[in-house]
Each structure stands twice: as C-alpha cells, then as structure tokens.
Design a binder for this molecule. Structure first.
Ligand code: ZN
Length: 178
C-alpha cells in the first residue's frame, strides 16, 4: 500500500491538462502501480473520487467509489469502483442540480456548485476496454468534478455565488440545512 501526498490548490499541476494514456501503457506494471496508489490514497483520505494530478501525476486517470458509509457525504448511494481513463463527457440533460462539493486538494472547505444533472461518459477501464456510463443525480456531479481535474479545473472555479463557499465547520453549523 502506498499513500501519496495530496497536491493542494495552488500547485500548478492541478491546472494542467493531463496527458492521455496509451493502451500499451495501461498494461504496464507501472500503470497498475499508479492505480493502486490512487486507490490507497483515496481510501486513506476518505475521498469518494481521486484524479491522478492530485497525487502529482499529470495523466488522464481518475477513480470514483462512493462507499456505503461515507461520512463526508451522508445520504448518498453506494457505487461500484470506477476506473476511468481518457474520459469524454457529454451532457444529456442541461438542467442544473446543485451540491455542496468538497475536494481533497482544497481541504477544509465546501462550496455549492451547480452542474448538469445527467451526463454520458465514454472511457477506457483498467483492462483497456471501452466503457460507456450514464451518470445521474449526485453521481453525475462526482463524475464531472473528477473529470474536471483532468482538464485543469477545480470546483471552486464553478462556484457562482462566493457566499456559498465555506469552511466545513461553518457549513455544518449554518448552511447544511438549506
Ligand atoms: Zn477534487
């Protein structure tokens, strides 16, 4: 197990467009190692998603796994583990939905972000197999948040009203109910 240091907002790697991964590379032991590091770091930090740039690797890879017992996101449905490589995202429903997002690279904060409520993602999995997944509701937000990381974007870029950016404790004290 190898838990990596998380890169935080301000680190330029989080603002780069990450490189696509070749099919040959997906088969290499080094790449499997990267997937293990991402998984271990996500678990260690209690995250529900992690992108390679967040551990200092500028490649188009992200993992998503919503556990059944997420403290940070109560009342969310459990998901399987998604390994997402070179994703292409398409909006299927422009209608916006808002969630209070958090990010391992922006520790201690929460911000209210509105995003399209339904998206389709085409990507390669860890076996280089083409996959298509339609994400709705909270999972649609998680996919968009993680894929943003591969294109140099953070959720704070998408907050429309900065009154809705808060420290975690103040979020719980004042904002959570609204
Ligand atoms: Zn994030």
């Amino acid at each position: 197990m190898s838990v990596k240091d998380l890169k935080r907002m301000g680190n330029p790697i989080l603002r780069e467009v990450a490189k696509e991964v070749s099919i040959e590379e997906i088969c290499t032991p080094e790449f499997k190692h990267l997937l293990t590091d991402l998984f271990d770091t996500m678990n260690d930090s209690g995250g529900i998603g992690i992108a390679a740039p967040q551990i200092g690797v500028s490649k188009q890879v992200t993992l998503i796994k919503i556990p059944s017992d997420s403290n940070r996101y109560p009342e969310t449905e459990e998901s399987k583990l998604f390994t997402i490589i070179n994703p292409k995202i398409e909006v299927l429903d422009q209608e916006l939905q808002g969630f209070w997002e958090a990010c391992l690279s922006v520790p201690g904060l929460r911000g209210y972000v509105e995003r399209p409520r339904k998206v389709k993602i085409n990507y390669l999995d860890e076996f280089s197999k083409k996959q298509e997944f339609i994400a709705e509701a909270f999972l649609a937000t998680v996919f968009q948040h993680e894929i943003d990381h591969l294109f140099g974007k953070l959720y704070v870029d998408r907050i429309k009203d900065l009154n809705l950016l808060s420290y975690e404790e103040e979020y719980q004290a004042y904002l959570m109910k609204h």
